[in-house]
Design a protein around this ligand. Structure first.
Ligand code: SAM
Length: 422
């Protein structure tokens, strides 16, 4: 069979082929892209059988008049029938370590790890729009719901580092701290189960600052107990890290938890020191912002001001601030969807998007909201990072994401200890 054209997986799964699929979510595109992205390491074998099977299915659908055998499908895969490498952040050429990216969002962890020479061998994220942004930038579609056994079955055995910015949930435990079984039914349980099965050398977890005092401190105590005593990891005291200390103008504090498999003999870990590079908002401010789209009306600004005045000191204001160019942003975050699974603990819940407004130069009031690109920059995403989704999704995605430079600086310290040099 002669390849007539390159096939866009995006088109196939988003538009054409979908009509044929009964189930709304499936891992077919994830399997094919994971296979293609791991073609230079042993991991691709892990995805091969299914990748060939689904490629055969796609080719049969595209070319009903041709006879498609497994060999044809395999050759088509090898000769690059799917165009998945025309992306801003392709896999690194000679990777130094392997990692998995859980609760991947739009890939903040992945960006940091790739910058350090890492190869992602598995990623999971269930939000459709976040998957879109991820795929557009990294060429790989994440697998779906990580609580499903089927999803977990696609995690390869060999990788060095597990990364997860998992949503924080309470455990129902009677005493001060619980064990592995007490965490059942939460997303931490799924993370713990993956650690238990795969035993990566190191783990890097990120969460909201409020995790420290969540449920009177029991949630964190349980997490640490499970990691240290049930799973056998050396876990130093978690640290609150502020994004602004790592070169972005955002006051965003998050808790970082790192761990090392006990047999590696690691007994000490130093979190990275602040880099002493103060960046002001003006340095990431977007110029020439379309006036109609981002500048607020006088009336709306007045509503915000009145609302804030009414709720000042009561802890439930709108959570916006007008930021001078020389200042830095509050933590960017969006409330709303998914709240029941993703308890938001350390910020002002907002009922409008986005939460923060800056002083601009164009309209009468000179106040506009930040643009998605500014939110991207506040999290340390380079401008090559593409934003293929509507603004509302983009704010949610960057607000949910991590401050890439702070993650990278911490991961760098982790990698040094497990013998991976930059
Ligand atoms: C706090 S965000 C992490 C964002 C990520 N660190 C980044 O850089 O963009 C948590 C993510 O977990 C995802 N999530 C929640 N439950 C999930 C599940 N059961 N399976 C897969 N992803 C899930 C959410 O959609 C959300 O994108």
């Amino acid at each position: 069979m002669k390849l007539k054209e390159k096939i866009s997986l995006e088109k196939i799964f988003e538009k054409e082929y979908k009509i044929k699929l009964v189930e709304s979510e499936n891992n077919k595109e994830a399997i094919i892209t994971h296979f293609l992205h791991n073609s230079k390491n042993g991991v691709s074998q892990f995805f091969k059988k299914d990748a060939v099977k689904y490629t055969k299915e796609i080719l049969e659908y595209k070319y009903p008049e041709e006879e498609i055998t497994n060999i044809v499908a395999e050759e088509a895969l090898q000769y690059g029938i799917f165009d998945t490498f025309n992306i801003p952040f392709p896999p690194v050429e000679h990777p130094k370590f392997k990692f998995i990216d859980l609760f991947a969002g739009i890939g903040g962890f992945r960006l940091a790890m790739q910058n350090l020479g890492g190869k992602c061998v598995f990623t999971s994220e269930w939000d459709k729009e976040a998957k879109r942004t991820y795929k557009t930038n990294f060429g790989e579609r994440p697998f779906g719901d990580i609580t499903k056994e089927e999803t977990k079955s696609f995690i390869p055995d060999e990788f060095d580092l597990l990364c997860a910015g998992f949503p924080c949930q309470a455990f129902s435990i009677a005493g001060k701290r619980g064990g592995f079984e007490d965490t059942r039914g939460t997303l931490f349980f799924d993370v713990a189960e993956i650690i238990k099965r795969k035993q990566p050398k190191a783990i890097f977890l990120e969460n909201v600052k409020g995790l420290r005092n969540h449920n009177g401190g029991k949630t964190l105590a349980t997490i640490l107990n499970v990691l240290r005593n049930d799973l056998g990891y050396f876990v130093p005291e978690p640290q609150i890290i502020n994004a602004k200390d790592f070169g972005v103008p955002q006051n965003r504090e998050r808790i970082y938890i790192v761990g090392f498999r006990n047999d590696l003999g690691i007994k000490r870990f130093e979190y990275p020191k602040p880099i002493n590079k103060k960046v002001a908002f003006s340095q990431i401010k977007e110029e020439n912002v379309p006036p109609t789209k981002y500048f607020l009306s006088t009336q709306y600004i007045q509503t915000l001001i009145n609302h804030k005045a009414r709720h000042e000191g009561k802890g439930n204001g709108f959570g916006y601030a007008i930021i001078p160019d020389s200042g830095i942003s509050n933590a960017i975050v969006v409330g709303g969807m998914g709240r029941e699974r993703n308890l938001v603990l350390d910020h002002r819940i907002t009922d409008f998007t986005p939460t923060t407004h800056i002083k601009g130069t164009v309209n009468r009031e000179g106040i506009r909201k930040m643009t998605p690109r500014e939110w991207a920059r506040l999290q340390g995403f380079p401008d090559e990072f593409l934003i293929p989704v509507a603004d509302a999704s983009a704010y949610k995605q960057f607000g949910n994401s991590v401050a890439v430079p702070a993650i990278q600086a911490t991961a760098n310290e982790i990698l040094k200890l497990i013998g991976i040099k930059k």
